[in-house]
Design a protein around this ligand. Structure first.
Ligand code: SF4
Length: 215
């Protein structure tokens, strides 16, 4: 499968859902405000959304808190604008120390390698576990909107993990496509959002200006 085919799969899945005439529940793994803008605008047309901010990768704590607060501000604005309710779940503990230990053997890798695949897998596994426990119908992640993240790698990881949960569906996505990447930038600029200069973990802090938000 290539990136375009993954996007086509996303569209086909959405068409199937539209045809049912109802909006299923979806737990959306959300990593920050800017990455959430377009997926939330798009997905809220077809799903009842709940956001899940499980991002123990983000270092330090002040940055984690800042990204969460920025996301929350945007969700409040979006709820008012669309006259809908979107719950945002924050796991009770910030587990950066143990999360970082797992990534540490790959600390020197460039972004996009084994460290990142492990980071995707750990976060998706936690989100799926939560979604299954709380009986969501679908799960998705906003991460495929980022030009720094390989949508196909995320898809491969998630489609393997979802096999553990027969009652939960994974929504395939390549949110960069269909003008999603540009729309995300437009919305985050329009709302003057905080757009961080690195992906999140302590090993990515030297990314510098390559990042404008995770986008
Ligand atoms: S660069 Fe980003 S995706 Fe990769 S390990 Fe660090 S936080 Fe995770």
């Amino acid at each position: 499968m290539n990136a375009k085919e993954l996007y086509n799969l996303q569209i086909q899945t959405i068409e199937t859902i539209k045809a049912t005439g109802r909006k299923p529940s979806l737990l959306l793994h959300s990593c920050c405000g800017p990455c959430n803008t377009y997926p939330m605008e798009y997905l809220s047309q077809y799903f009842q959304l709940t956001l899940f901010f499980n991002n123990h990768n983000i270092y330090p704590y002040e940055e984690y808190k800042r990204r969460f607060d920025e996301l929350l501000d945007y969700v409040k604005h979006f709820e008012k604008q669309e006259d809908i309710k979107i719950d945002v779940i924050l796991p009770p503990d910030y587990l950066n120390a143990s999360f970082s230990e797992k990534l540490k053997p790959f600390a020197d890798e460039k972004e996009g390698g084994t460290r990142c695949n492990m980071c995707f897998a750990l976060r998706m596994a936690e989100a799926m576990k939560y979604a299954a426990k709380h009986e969501f119908e679908y799960i998705a992640t906003v991460m495929s909107v980022s030009r720094h993240k390989n949508a196909l790698a995320i898809h491969d990881i998630a489609t393997k993990q979802i096999q553990r949960y027969p009652n939960l569906n994974y929504l395939p996505s390549n949110f960069k496509k269909g003008n999603g990447y540009n729309r995300g930038i437009e919305l985050s600029k329009e709302h003057n959002m905080y757009r961080q200069s690195y992906c999140g973990c302590q090993f990515s802090q030297s990314c510098g200006k390559e990042h404008q938000g995770c986008e």
